[in-house]
Design a protein around this ligand. Structure first.
Ligand SMILES: Cc1ncc(COP(=O)(O)O)c(C=O)c1O
Length: 383
């Protein structure tokens, strides 16, 4: 190549979209530590400690908890592909884009999917899920999204776990936007399979999916008659993560693991309860500021997440243009609606290191500046 592109020089952004969030300097520093090979016993010690950190974050003492070298979507696919076999029934409750993605993935793995859907801004009522389970006693799996990032809706997961106690069906929960940002007790609530991501409330770079399986979920996998996808073979992954000597499965992205490790250390140093409270406070502050300005939130207040607010774009305002001006004029990222049938919304995240009332104020001021000085072709408006 004769003309090399210039050295990398990305701008500083305040990442207040649905993820990734900004990264604490300690997490970035961890990524500069010496590289180790994936079969180095010193690296295996790090992985063992990482497992303990993850178990503490998920609040699980039994079963199998690791971090997949893959994004949140792969954590979703690993669970759906492993916990039920082709032809078996899975009940999937969807209230937005990521619930719909679960349905799509479950179908691709040839599960018989019973779909339950809620309108945008609502959660599928637990009674409806329990009724579906009674109508389909053959169901092997119930899947829900704990924190639906496309609409800002929380699913009452603890109550679902309670209602499903004694059922043979496993409970699978998407915790991509909940882990580290709101109460979650994988073991205490009876969640058999949780998956998450590194880049949201844990504040590490994207690309890693922490997953946590109950002992009975592992038993289900051991009893399978049909093979699982190789990349998500939890039995083989266990031979690498906890088997000694470790058996090669794939070459792991070790610096990404260092980052997640430090992100988790930060979260646990702060204390999970304190961290959840910080997210709740930042979200409530942002939402109060939005309400004061006359904006409407998409989610029913009963199920509103703190860490993700889906804000309805007011009549007469070009939502995409506002997003671009926040980015270009204030270096702040917020998200828009997700998917072809998405409502006209902005999606604002208060996650990880960004979950502070000061960040919410900075964002509200930037919104004020953009909407009170509309460029040609953009009319300011309030709901
Ligand atoms: C609720 C939810 N589930 C799954 C995913 C997919 O995660 P990833 O983009 O890391 O694959 C996301 C990503 O935003 C999400 O918000």
């Amino acid at each position: 190549m004769s003309d090399l592109p210039a050295p990398l020089n990305p701008p500083e952004r305040l990442l207040c979209g649905p993820g990734p969030s900004n990264i604490d300097p300690r997490v970035l520093e961890a990524m500069r530590l010496p590289m180790l090979g994936h079969l180095d016993p010193d690296f295996h010690k790090i992985l063992e400690d990482l497992i303990e950190l993850l178990k503490a974050a998920y609040r699980r003492s039994d079963g199998f908890t690791i971090a997949l070298s893959a994004s949140g979507t792969s954590g979703m696919e690993a669970g759906l592909a492993s916990l039920a076999e082709p032809g078996e029934t899975a009940i999937v409750a969807s209230c937005g884009f990521f619930g719909n993605r679960m349905i799509d993935i479950a179908r691709r793995h040839r599960l018989n999917v019973i779909e339950l859907r809620a309108p945008f801004g609502q959660a599928v009522p637990n009674d409806q899920i329990v009724e579906a389970l009674a109508d389909h006693p053959e169901a092997r799996l119930v899947a829900v999204v704990h924190a639906e990032t496309s609409t800002g809706v929380a699913h009452p997961l603890e109550q679902l776990g309670e209602a499903m106690r004694g059922s043979d069906a496993l409970l699978l929960a998407d915790c991509v936007t909940s882990l580290g940002g709101m109460p979650l007790e994988a073991e205490g609530w009876g969640v058999d399979y949780c998956y998450s991501c590194s880049q949201k409330c844990l504040g590490a770079p994207p690309g890693i999916s922490p997953v946590s399986l109950s002992e009975r979920a592992m038993e289900r996998i051991r009893a399978r008659t049909q093979p699982v996808p190789f990349s998500f073979d939890f039995e083989q992954l266990a031979r690498y993560w906890v088997g000694r000597p470790a058996v090669y499965h794939h070459t792991t992205p070790n610096t990404q693991y260092y980052a997640l490790y430090e992100g988790l250390r930060l979260a646990l140093e702060e204390g999970l309860e304190a961290r959840w409270a910080r997210h709740a406070e930042a979200g409530a502050h942002l939402q109060a500021g939005l309400a004061d300005r006359g904006y409407r939130l998409l989610a029913d207040p009963e199920v509103q997440l703190a860490q993700l607010s889906a804000v309805c774009v007011p009549e007469g305002v070009d939502g995409k243009d506002v997003q671009m001006r926040l980015l270009r004029e204030h270096s702040i990222e917020v998200g828009g609606g997700l998917g072809p049938d998405a409502p006209d919304i902005w999606r604002i995240g208060m996650m990880g290191t960004n979950a502070h009332t000061e960040t919410a104020d900075r964002l509200l001021e930037a919104f004020d500046a953009v909407l009170e000085s509309p460029r040609e072709g953009v009319s300011a408006g309030r709901a």
